[in-house]
Design a protein around this ligand. Structure first.
Ligand code: ARG
Length: 456
């Protein structure tokens, strides 16, 4: 089969070598973008009188037929045509004959592929942003239902201080808000047209890059033609933002997995998001959460794969760039699906409020409350800390908790202690009173929720 670039070649092609060099196996998912790019390009060629109206119209008609065939999944791509760009150009030849050869005037596959990737990622990042928004909504709704749900707050995975479950959910809301901001920022740089950079140096034809950018809905054009075809930082930024996003989802999943365990029993996932075991009849496994945690690894892999591909490449285009695609496709799919699963899983998750509360009552997570109480009575905090530490030590030996110590015993240690202490030691009050800005106190949480609702 004769190659579209075959003029300079004499030797014969080997199929297995063609297959190694081909990207059609995976870049066929850029067919839609490739045709849109070509349509914009040919309109510009007519607009600038590089091609005649008739030539332009023939090419446009041909591209539209192919566009329809792409939509109906009717095309048979060939490895000999290497990639999506050459495949489509070859289909165009079949449709309209030699005038098809004029489409590639003032264009190179280098600016063509970069354009396709920008178009593709722009659309996908917008989809992902919507999905993050949806998950943030789910989190705020769940938080609103759980303002007064008390759970243990942890440091080092040890009970630290009781918090509101809403506070925990809203922490993830904030992380996801930043993820959304990062991707929105990323979008500015994706929304830029490389088309017209040609191979690397621009072109002698009087093209109009602003025209194609506008046709394609890009907000800007790359200033430097060499930069336009040489960098993939817009993808790296996406992969890096996605890695951070997946890290957040993964940590949340790790917690959900723990909370579903027999030891915690804080939440129950709906059956839709759980699976059973083929041998142990009692099992209900949080597979979806585990998979999101697992898939985070492949997104990191996609980031490091492309960073490594790029690190030693001289300007401008190198065939190595062809390796930019699969990781990007993979991350787009992984992130989209993970976000959808996450929203459904959290929306349908049952919260075991009673159990959460109880687990804050048989522990010493109110020790800070006692120390603060003593500090309020004028005892220096360090001294109060020491007193409470000793009390905790003796409680552990007796098998009781701070709230079980009698008022008389307390007064022997600090005469200023009064009965109001016991209310302060309750988890509910401990949470309610943490009213400092951004704290877990109910009033603060309501403020966070109001603020979130305004943002959403
Ligand atoms: N399939 C190629 C890629 O994905 C398209 C660009 C080819 N350009 C070239 N000069 N060989 O990068």
């Amino acid at each position: 089969m004769k190659k579209l670039w075959g003029g300079r070649f004499d030797g014969k092609n080997e199929d297995w070598i063609d297959a190694f060099g081909a990207s059609i196996f995976f870049d066929q998912s850029l067919a839609k973008q490739d045709i849109l790019g070509s349509l914009a390009h040919v309109k510009m060629l007519v607009h600038t009188k590089i091609l005649s109206e008739e030539e332009g119209q023939q090419i446009i008609d041909g591209l539209k037929i192919i566009q329809q065939k792409v939509a109906n999944d009717e095309l048979d791509y060939t490895v000999q045509n290497e990639d999506i760009h050459l495949n489509i150009e070859s289909f165009l030849h079949e449709e309209i004959g030699p005038v098809a050869g004029k489409l590639h005037t003032a264009r190179s596959r280098n600016d063509q592929v970069a354009t396709d990737m920008h178009l593709y990622l722009k659309e996908k990042v917008q989809d992902i942003l919507e999905k993050i928004h949806e998950l943030r909504l789910v989190l705020v709704t769940k938080a609103e239902e759980n303002i007064e749900t008390i759970m243990p707050g942890y440091t080092h995975l040890q009970h630290a201080q009781p918090i509101s479950f809403a506070h925990h959910l809203l922490a993830y809301y904030q992380m996801l808000t930043r993820d959304q901001e990062r991707l929105t920022e990323n979008l500015k740089r994706i929304d830029c047209s490389p088309l017209g950079a040609a191979a690397l140096a621009g072109t002698t034809f009087p093209i109009d890059r602003e025209f194609t950018a506008k046709e394609l809905g890009f907000n800007a054009v790359y200033t430097n033609s060499l930069d336009a075809v040489s960098d993939r930082d817009f993808i790296l930024e996406f992969l890096s933002n996605s890695s951070i996003l997946m890290m957040h989802l993964s940590r949340f999943c790790e917690e959900i997995i723990l909370w579903c365990s027999h030891e915690f029993q804080f939440v129950q996932l709906s059956d839709t998001f759980s699976t059973g075991s083929s041998i142990m009849p009692q099992k209900k496994n949080p597979d979806m959460a585990e998979l999101i945690r697992g898939k985070t690894g492949r997104v990191y892999g996609d980031l490091f794969g492309l960073l490594t591909v790029m690190k030693g490449l001289p300007l401008a285009y190198n065939k190595d760039f062809q390796e930019d695609k699969e990781g990007m496709f993979d991350t787009v799919e992984t992130v989209e699906k993970s976000l959808t699963i996450m929203s459904g899983m959290i929306a349908s998750m049952k919260v075991n409020q009673q159990h959460m509360l109880e687990s804050t009552e048989k522990d010493f997570s109110n020790a800070t409350e006692l120390a603060d109480y003593l500090a309020n009575k004028g005892i220096p905090f360090r001294e109060a800390h020491e007193i409470v530490g000793k009390l905790v030590f003796s409680c552990i030996q007796k098998g009781i908790y701070l709230q079980d110590i009698s008022l008389e015993e307390y007064q022997e240690i600090v005469p200023a202690i009064e009965t109001d202490l016991y209310d302060k030691l309750s988890s509910y009050t401990a949470v309610k009173n943490r009213d400092s800005l951004g704290g877990t106190g109910f009033a603060q949480i309501k403020k966070q929720i109001d603020q979130a609702k305004q943002q959403l």
